[in-house]
Design a protein around this ligand. Structure first.
Ligand SMILES: [Zn+2]
Length: 139
């Protein structure tokens, strides 16, 4: 979908299997562009889903409505959220980078992060109507 992120990294295997490249239509490009900005800014590899390479992550982007993972009305189910892992950086370091670059990231479409996820960073582009970054607890 972008220079560094394939559609397989953004949707679960059953969605890719059913929809192929058209699965990209289920993702909000704004949040993928935020992930790409973080990739470019840090210069470090970022893992979202890695199921297509035999890894454990398959629900770090879009989630199937039938999943038992996460909240019932999670932004992941609307293709507006990504859980990312930046190689060599702690989650809090990445959140601080986001706060420090808020004006730029807001223009790309970021609205919300979860403030206390331990080993990953949740970003989403839900509507908030706010001028500031919304930081919600991890549930
Ligand atoms: Zn998440």
């Amino acid at each position: 979908m972008t220079k560094n992120f394939s559609i397989q990294e953004l949707v679960p295997p059953e969605v890719f299997s059913e929809r192929g490249n058209a699965a990209s239509q289920l993702m909000d490009i704004r949040i993928v562009n935020v992930a790409q900005w973080l990739r470019d800014k840090t210069g470090k590899p970022i893992t979202i889903n890695n199921w297509s390479n035999g890894g454990q992550f398959k629900e770090s982007g879009l989630r199937n409505f039938a999943t038992s993972t996460g909240a019932k009305w999670s932004q992941h189910k609307y293709g507006r959220a990504i859980d990312l892992k930046v190689e060599g950086m702690q989650a809090e370091e990445v959140r601080q980078l986001i706060r420090n670059n808020w004006t730029t990231l807001k223009a790309i479409g970021l609205t919300t992060i979860e403030k206390d996820t331990p080993t990953w960073v949740h970003i989403d582009c839900r509507y908030t109507g706010m001028e500031t970054l919304l930081e919600v607890p991890y549930q």
